[in-house]
Design a protein. Structure first.
Ligand code: DX5
Ligand code: ZN
Length: 224
């Protein structure tokens, strides 16, 4: 039997004052890690979550954090951020100076290392880094904002990534970020996704007190 799909709730989709309640709901459910979007206003035209927000999450929970660096200087950021053993961390390789080196740096911290691929960024990055990769974060939307629609070529790209990853000699997760509605999620999992970032289009749309129930419904909808 295949493993259950990994669910990664996106922290930027909550309102800041809801964080303690959401984190309690994440602890009560079966999330793999808390997805944490760092946006720098350069790689993406938006600003989101930084060092203080990460410290706030740490003060509330010991759940793993999945740091997604949407920033032009991932080589430096990965060194200064509080990334811990058991966390996940990905960055966009086309704006990194040394993508392979960053993956090694993340692994040296005991965290799971990933490349994040925006639409139009080639799958060849996955091939070139396969031996030091623990996951691929595949953007189903242009990075920067919640509430967007999946780009048409996404499912085909997922299948191509799944084919490359099947050649790895260690487990490599494929996580989709953006517009993971139940209908899309079923197709994404069929195309090879093993994890889903969930945000405004799904589990974080109705507030923290509905998260646990929505997660159960979502899993049923994907598996059914
Ligand atoms: C982008 C973020 C969120 C997340 C939002 O990196 O992680 O935008 O995908 O979820 P949706 O697309 O459901 O609003
Ligand atoms: Zn993200």
């Amino acid at each position: 039997m295949s493993e259950p799909v990994k669910i990664l709730p996106s922290l930027m989709c909550e309102r800041p004052w809801e964080m303690p309640e959401y984190v309690a709901a994440f602890e009560e459910s079966h999330v793999a890690a808390i997805h944490f979007d760092v946006m720098d206003g350069h790689y993406v035209p938006n600003l989101m979550l930084g060092t203080d927000d990460l410290a706030a999450v740490r003060s509330l929970t010991s759940l793993p954090v999945d740091v997604h660096l949407m920033a032009t200087n991932p080589d430096d950021l990965v060194r200064i951020l509080d990334i811990r053993a058991g966390d996940w961390c990905s960055f966009h390789p086309e704006v990194a100076l040394q993508p392979y080196r960053i993956l090694q740096d993340i692994r040296e911290k005991g965290a799971r290392a990933g490349v994040a691929l925006s639409p139009a960024v080639p799958v060849s990055y996955v091939e070139e880094c396969l031996e030091v990769l623990d996951f691929v974060l595949v953007m189903a939307v242009n990075p920067g904002f919640a509430g967007q629609k999946m780009v048409p070529g996404h499912l085909g790209k997922l299948a191509r990534i799944a084919s490359v990853v099947s050649g790895a000699d260690h487990p490599v997760d494929i996580v989709v970020d953006g517009n993971t509605t139940p209908e899309h999620a079923r197709a994404m999992v069929a195309a090879g996704a093993t994890g889903l970032v969930v945000g405004t289009s799904t589990l974080l749309k109705e507030g923290p007190d509905r998260f646990v129930a929505l997660e159960q419904e979502y899993r049923k909808a994907i598996e059914g």
